[in-house]
Write a new protein. Sequence first.
Length: 584
Amino acid sequence: MKKILFSFMALTVAAMTFTACEDVPAPYNVFDEEEADPSEIEPAGSGTAADPFNVAAAIEKCKEVGNTESTEKFYIKGKVAETTPSDDSYGNATFDLVDYEGGDAFKCFQVAGTDGKKLPNGFVFNKGDEVVVYGAIYNYNGKTPETVGKGAAYVVSVNGQSTEGGNTPPAGEAKGTGTEADPFNVAGAIAKCQAIGQTASSEKYYVTGIAQSEATADATYGNVTFDIADSEGGAKFKCYQVAGSNGEKLPAGFSIKKGDVVVVYGPIYNYSGNTPETAGKSAAYIVTVNGKATNEGGNTPSGNEMGTASNPITVAAALTIINGLGDGSTTETEAYVKGKIKSITEISTSYGNATYIISDENVDNELTVFRGKSLDGAQFTSEDEIKVGDIVVIKGKLQKYVKNEVVTPEIATGSSIVTLNGEGGEGGEGGQQGGGEGGSELTPTVDNTTLTVTDNAATASSETQTIEIPQLGWVHQQSNPSATVNGVTISLAKGEGSNDAKYWKSGDFDEARCYAKNVVTIQASKPIAKVIFSCTTNNGAPCVGNSTLTATASGNTWTIVNEHSTSSGGTQLRFNKIEIIYAQ
């Protein structure tokens, strides 16, 4: 595979190779890079209720106040840097506020709830929540800008709401239609419950998610109650008193394990206006647990069992095992993990391995397969051996990879594909890779607000296709969106960057945005000769991507990566139209 670098000044073309897990992606976040470079955010605000300090201004004020607590109290607004639960013993919480992810922090130290009341038990400040606090401030020990502690300062609002109603993780992107073929994810089920209200729906729906804790069936009634979420710690949907598959009583001793991927079916509603759940008393039932009915081994524990080729564990179960490992540790035995390929980082025919991400179907979780081999341990000899959407069973050791305090759950190097879309390999070990690199040489060039990526080995035809990004049906701030139009799939992905790629529709902006190390994938049904991106501007500056932007081709799939020396910053790639020119 070849990657081509281009310079805005010289447009010099050079070959590059991928690197995997040397710069691991940061955890998912809800921060957005604003129209201006975040590092240029200036102090703003007067510290009043109507005009709170931003974090930069609060830090500046603390330095002015010094190491002695201010006599005056101030209002400060920012975003929560990391998800933090409250201290239920004292009813307060300590967390950092920032203006943008990775920015300088202002510490909210032991702040109470709204109006100085104790925070409700279990209150959580989620990463990215917009918080306003009020109280005296100072520069603790001359180096830590913060509020005065022990409840002397308090939270005014979280995302515009008081703290009295509690705070739960954001629901994320709603997916699914509630049918058997397309179940609601938890975010979709929550949205539907809120629309239905407090009376159980007359219609029944399918909902899928990851079990958040262990639960054992009630021996008398043969049903069980447990919570599911789209990801660990995410917003919850309660499966309340659900029966076994087809409405039958659950077997004695049946248990749901944390990490199990569950599909339930039945009427749903928003109980008491605040708890999205199924209707109780066995009105709803479990369809499958880890892909199997409850009377067909669907209660196979996912805990520390590593699965088998014929009964692999889910990605969620693998993540549960990895979470229990020490930093940098790897399991002693190999696991069999089944998942759907969510994105592909690299397929190296030079080294015969591939790095890609798998997830459970209809669930927003991720497990990286790092430099794994193809079927039966054979080397990858072609870049189209696997593709996004393939269902794979992987055999390999699980690893908790950590770098710069960032954790990446992985199937460690040396793994192999056991089955691909239900089919096994040919057997035997793969030999040494022969032949040269695959793919066509792509040349990116820039002309003002146009980025053109060209396959020099192809001859352009007269057939073209134009795709308007605002017409793809994406919604404002949708993360890593994907859409298919007339046989062409356009996908944005986070890649190895700190920020998710996003669709942005606000004010004068109506565009796709790719930050540092984000990825644009274009999948067509026929060979492409050239792709032209119509880019937008930011304060008059063309957003045509970094000078280290790279482009590769694998068959009819083109991948453009907004490469950068770090996982954030640099020049964004923003575009509102793509013109595809097909090859003869």
